[in-house]
Design a protein around this ligand. Structure first.
Ligand code: ARG
Length: 461
C-alpha cells in the first residue's frame, strides 16, 4: 500500500495534490518524542490487558527505544510519503520490529486521541520553559528596581507629566504584569493536566485498556472525563495561545517605553552595545532593535491566537481535520517567545539609567500641582476650591515660563490668601513621594516592601 494508516477500503493511493495538502510532518514532527512516549505507555496497557505477551512487550519497547534514539540522532526522519508524525513513526517501528509485532500497537487508539495528548504534553513542557524565561525578565527588572531605589522620575498619564514616582515603582509595574503571566501559565497547566489518550477516535477506549494508567505514564494526573471532549476540544491550545500573546503584549509595553526612553529627547536610558544595533548608512546610529522586535512580535502572537480561535469557531463535534490547523499557531507562539525572551531579558538587564535626567525632570511640567491642592485640603479648603487655586498657580507659571516653586510670596498671596509661603514645603519631590505612603503607593518604604514581594513571588514561582 501507500504506507497510509487507512488504505484497506480504498482502491488506490491518494491523489498527489491531496497528499500534499494533507501532509503535516513538516510541522508535527516536533511531536515525535511525545508520540513515542505515548506509544510506550500504550504498549504497556495492551500488555496489561493481555493483548501483548511479555516477549512482545519487551520487543515493542526495545523497538520504540531504538526508534527514539534514531529520531533524536536524526538517523530516522519522515519520508516524503508519510502523512503525519504518527504515520512516520509507525513505519519506523515496523522497520525495526517487523509488521507482525509493529502492527499490533495501533489497536485501541486513534490518531485523534494521540494528537490531542501529544499537543498537551508538548505545550506543558514549553510553558515551563517560557515561564522560566519570563522570570528572567522579572529578575532583570527587580535588579534595576533594587539598584535605583530612591530615584524619582516623571510619572505620566496620557504621556503627559502627572506626578513624580519612583523609577523602581514604575519598573515593577512590568514585573507584576509578567508575574501574572507566569501565574496564568501555572493555572493553565492545571486545566491541561488531563490525558485524552484512550478516548480513541471519539467514543472511548475499547479492548479493556486503562486510560488512567496511560495518563500517569505520560505525566498527567488523570484521564479526561469525556472521550468526545478529549478528542474535539482545543481550548487548552487557544488558552495557551492567549497567555503567550499576553506575555508578548506585556513585553511590548515595556519595549515601547524603552524605545522612547532611548531617544535623544527622553535620554532616560542607554542601551548596552551588545544589545543594540547600528545602521548600514548612518554611522552614529544605535538602534533599539530588540525592543522593536518585541513590539512587533506581539502582533504576530495576537495573530496566532485569533487565527486559532477562528478555526475553532462553530466547529462541530467531534474530531474534524480542521483541528490539524491547531499546531502551527501555537508552535509559532512558542518559537517566537523562546527566541525573543532571552534577548529581551539581556537588553533589560543591561540598560543604563540616566538617573540625573530622571530626577531633574521629575518635578517639571507642574507635576507637584496635586500636592499644592492637597496641602490646601489639609488646611481646610474644599478640594473643589483647592483644585481651582492650584490650577491658577499653574496658569500663572505658564504665562511667566516658570515652575511652581519660582512663585514669590506675593504671587502666591495674589492667587489666594490661603496660599501662605508654607506651601513650599510640599513643592519637593521627596515630600511628594513620601506622602504617597498607603499600600501600593510610590513612597520609598512601600516600594521597598513591594520589591520584596516581587522577589518572594519570583522565588516561589
Ligand atoms: N494529523 C492529524 C492532526 O494533526 C492527526 C489526526 C488525524 N486523524 C484523522 N482521522 N485524519 O490533527
Amino acid at each position: 500500500g501507500s504506507g497510509a494508516l487507512w488504505g484497506g477500503r480504498f482502491g488506490g493511493g491518494p491523489a498527489a495534490a491531496l497528499a500534499a495538502l494533507s501532509k503535516s510532518t513538516q510541522f508535527d514532527w516536533r511531536l515525535a518524542p511525545q508520540d513515542i512516549a505515548g506509544s510506550k505507555a500504550h504498549a504497556n496497557v495492551l500488555h496489561r490487558a493481555g493483548l501483548l505477551t511479555d516477549d512482545e512487550l519487551a520487543g515493542m519497547l526495545d523497538g520504540l527505544n531504538r526508534l527514539a534514539a534514531d529520531v533524536a540522532s536524526g538517523a530516522f526522519t519522515p519520508a516524503p510519503g508519510d502523512e503525519d508524525v504518527h504515520t512516520a513513526l509507525e513505519r519506523g517501528l515496523i522497520e525495526r520490529v517487523g509488521p507482525d509485532l509493529g502492527g499490533k500497537l495501533r489497536a485501541g487508539r486513534s490518531r485523534n486521541d494521540q494528537i490531542a495528548t501529544m499537543l498537551r504534553m508538548y505545550l506543558r513542557d514549553a510553558a515551563r520553559t517560557i515561564a522560566g524565561q519570563v522570570l528572567d525578565v522579572v529578575e532583570a527588572l527587580a535588579g534595576h528596581a533594587d539598584t535605583h531605589l530612591g530615584v524619582a522620575m516623571p510619572g505620566r498619564t496620557h504621556l503627559q507629566h502627572a506626578q513624580p514616582v519612583l523609577l523602581s515603582h514604575h519598573l515593577l509595574v512590568h514585573a507584576w504584569a509578567l508575574l501574572r503571566d507566569v501565574e496564568r501559565l501555572r493555572d493553565w497547566d492545571r486545566r491541561t493536566d488531563a490525558s485524552p489518550y484512550g478516548s480513541g477516535a471519539l467514543a472511548g477506549s475499547s479492548l479493556g485498556l486503562d486510560p488512567e494508567y496511560v495518563a500517569g505514564e505520560l505525566g498527567f494526573s488523570a484521564a479526561v472525563e469525556n472521550s468526545i471532549d478529549g478528542t474535539a476540544s482545543r481550548d487548552f491550545a487557544a488558552e495557551a495561545a492567549f497567555v503567550l500573546a499576553m506575555v508578548g503584549v506585556d513585553a511590548s509595553r515595556l519595549a515601547e517605553e524603552i524605545i522612547l526612553w532611548a531617544t535623544k529627547e527622553f535620554s532616560f536610558v542607554e542601551l548596552d552595545d551588545a544589545w543594540a544595533t547600528g545602521s548600514s548608512i548612518m554611522p552614529q546610529k544605535k538602534n533599539p532593535d530588540v525592543a522593536e522586535l518585541a513590539r512587533g512580535k506581539a502582533g504576530r502572537l495576537v495573530g496566532n491566537l485569533s487565527g486559532l480561535l477562528t478555526t475553532l469557531k462553530a466547529l462541530p463535534l467531534a474530531y474534524n481535520r480542521d483541528l490539524q490547523e491547531d499546531k502551527e499557531p501555537v508552535f509559532d507562539s512558542v518559537d517566537t517567545l523562546t527566541v525573543l525572551l532571552p534577548a529581551f531579558a539581556g537588553m533589560v538587564a543591561t540598560l543604563r539609567f540616566n538617573t540625573e535626567r530622571l530626577e531633574e525632570l521629575a518635578p517639571q511640567g507642574f507635576s507637584l500641582a496635586t500636592d499644592v491642592a492637597e496641602w490646601l485640603v489639609r488646611h481646610g479648603v474644599p478640594f473643589r476650591e483647592a483644585h481651582e487655586i492650584s490650577g491658577a498657580c499653574v496658569r500663572l507659571c505658564e504665562q511667566r515660563g516658570i515652575e511652581l516653586w519660582d512663585l514669590s510670596d506675593e504671587d502666591l498671596a495674589g492667587v489666594s490668601p490661603r496660599l501662605t509661603p508654607d506651601v513650599r514645603t510640599v513643592l519637593s519631590v521627596p515630600g511628594a513621594l513620601a506622602s504617597r505612603s498607603a499600600k501600593g503607593g510610590t513612597a520609598p518604604d512601600r516600594v521597598r516592601e513591594q520589591l520584596a514581594a516581587v522577589r518572594h513571588e519570583v522565588a516561589s514561582a
